[in-house]
Design a binder for this molecule. Structure first.
Ligand SMILES: *[C@@H]1O[C@H](CO)[C@@H](O)[C@H](O)[C@H]1NC(C)=O
Length: 179
């Protein structure tokens, strides 16, 4: 009697986890940042506004949907500090990306290539940085809000290789996978 109740509980737990995974749920905001001081640069945090934070990203598949944004990886760029993976800045002529915290996965993809598909093209880009979904609005993060949890933040070279004009559109829906 006890044993079968235990099994039923296990089955119910397994089923609820499958449902959560299928919905891409279980990746809700973990909190929010509300900076007391704002900054006047473009896209910078504004005083008193709430920015959601995330500890997770949607599950990775062979075709993970993401929003590609444009990042300046060079010294003095809006990216803030050097890249998290190697402590260095990168030229925007290099095909490099930062991934949202959940996908950055504690640096486990550092130095690896990911394949990004969009606009009928495909490009390999090296993971060099984290797009921090937990912290932001400070000097270290170039006074930018925390990242969304589904971002591939890419250099100009990646946008160019995909044939998309970054400056005009700002962000672009892509899919990516481990390469
Ligand atoms: C990008 O994807 C989001 C979410 O899947 C969707 O709501 C949006 O319409 C898409 N944008 C474009 C320009 O296709």
């Amino acid at each position: 009697m006890l044993r079968s109740t235990g099994r039923l509980l296990l089955l119910a737990l397994a089923a609820s986890h499958l449902l959560l995974a299928a919905a891409g749920a279980g990746c809700e905001p973990s909190g929010s940042l509300r900076p007391s001081r704002g900054h006047s640069c473009q896209d910078c945090c504004k005083a008193g506004q709430a920015y959601p934070t995330y500890r997770c990203s949607p599950p990775v598949s062979s075709s993970t949907r993401a929003v590609m944004t444009l990042n300046n990886f060079d010294e003095g760029g809006e990216g803030g500090d050097p890249s998290e993976c190697d402590g260095k800045f990168h030229h925007n002529s290099e095909r490099v990306v930062a991934l949202s915290t959940g996908w950055y996965s504690g640096g486990s993809r550092c130095g690896n290539n990911v394949r990004i598909r969009a606009n009928g093209r495909s490009v390999l880009a090296k993971v060099v940085d984290e797009c921090d979904t937990l912290n932001g609005c400070d000097r270290e993060h170039g006074y930018q809000p925390p990242c969304r949890n589904n971002v591939v933040d890419a250099s100009q070279a990646v946008w160019d290789a995909l044939g998309i004009t970054g400056e005009e559109v700002g962000e672009y829906n892509v899919t990516w996978s481990d390469a």
